[in-house]
Design a binder for this molecule. Sequence first.
Ligand code: HEM
Length: 512
Amino acid sequence: FLKPSLRSEPYPPGPPSLPILGAAKIHPKTEFWKTYAEWGAEIRSSCSFLCSSLLDEQTIPGVNGLISFHILGRRMVVLNSSTDAINLLTKRSAIYSDRPFPTMAGVLLRREKSIFSISYNERFKMYRKLMHRSFNPSAAKMYWEIQEREARILIDNIVRSPEKLVQHLRRNAASVIMRIAYGYSVTRHDDHFVVVAEEHMRIGSQAGAPGRWLVDSLPFLQYLPEWFPGAGFKRQAREWSEQMYSQFLEPHNWVKQQMAAGTAVPSFTSALLRPADELPANAETEDLIMWTAGALYAAGADTTVSSLTTFFFVMMMYPSIQKRAQAEVDEFFAKENRLPTLQDSEQGAFPYLACVIKEVLRWAPATPIGLFHCTAQADVYNGFLIPAKTTVIANIYAMMHDETVYPDPFVFNPERFMGSNPQPDPREFVFGFGRRVCAGQHLAETTLWIQMCLSLLTVNISKAVNENGQIIEPEIAFTTAIVSHVKPFMYQITPRSEAAISLVRQTLQDAA
Ligand code: HEM
């Protein structure tokens, strides 16, 4: 263990470390959550062996797979178990609710107001208040109509051009969020605001790429003048910062223009800019609203697309599960002769589908390592030191594939959540922890429910076949990013209920 100079406690154990570089050379480039889980398992097995007869196992960090390492001096702690995540991120949330603020993606891009970067402070609490006001389960009902309509548009598009499944899922997620955030309808794949928002996310991920920017390891470089040889990163940061800001400002100003013209469609932004019975927002509140609304796309679009793509993938891989989920929705349709709505979801319709959703979220968590937390001050956990400003990573992937909690974790099996002794509900973990828990969880769940439900009712998905009629076995592989996706796969989608599809189209026409 490395010992910090003024403290006697050691850091939590971790992989082999080099002077200065730390774990930089052995840190994986892809799917690091898997490596973190392996490192945790190695530490766990050595700790259990050494300590099993001496101490209560649950109190030893290594036993739960808690690990730490540093990369060029930046210390990371990885929580591989839900026990440690809850003990630290939830129960000690006063210490663990900040976010890391790297020099490039944070300081130079001037992201101190972004909800993803901001520390736990008064401004952050205002953001959460605004989100809670709009997205708590009761308030979020005002978005049901949007979600239901968009789900029907999705089905119509999938039936028309099934080969563009993922493109439809992307347009649809963008549309749901833009309608909710700004009352803005996305009709084309190359919509201006969507292109701009996607660019925002691309910049965010390039600027935040670990190890890419020397200034992240040598922060004093931030003070170099832009003209200085080798300081191109500063010019880049300034351009990106201006671009990111205008990407929040443009749709916000569009709502204001619509409101002034009396044509605004009710949305998160318009409702907050002029709340019923309250005065219009002042400049300060307006700034809060703009930053909050701007975050919704980055937080909500890609994550939803990831889970829906996984849903189609597993329905294809497990046809008997697809059939069983379809049978439940078919029975409803035959009896009620109408399309399911989010009101039905609230009343507990389709218990099997509810388990399928949980299993999708567990089997391939959209954010395998969540968003990083950061310690506001030093802490000692079971005898190990976690210094101030440590990056703390909740390895959601490891928690969701812990075979002591979820036996046969790599098998997609919704039944694990049924019966009298169900396995723990993944929704307790996949949306994060403590004061930074996902602010859009309820919205995400209802969007997933309505889209999966209508898909099951209207289409079948199966494995593709080649020109010789042989089934093409897809690879189970995932991309590496904060939001991870199942990699592109071949499939066949065919319509399965003309009656339901006609009703979807009829409803869309009636509403037009
Ligand atoms: C399947 C869908 C989704 C998943 C799996 C997901 C998961 C997460 C996770 C793991 C975090 C980090 C929590 C932590 O730091 O402990 C997070 C944060 C956040 N999510 Fe989601 N999310 C989803 C959809 C959404 C949607 C639809 C919205 C809103 C439209 C949203 C808004 C946010 C916001 C604003 C944050 C930042 C919260 C903060 O820093 O305090 N998310 N989400």
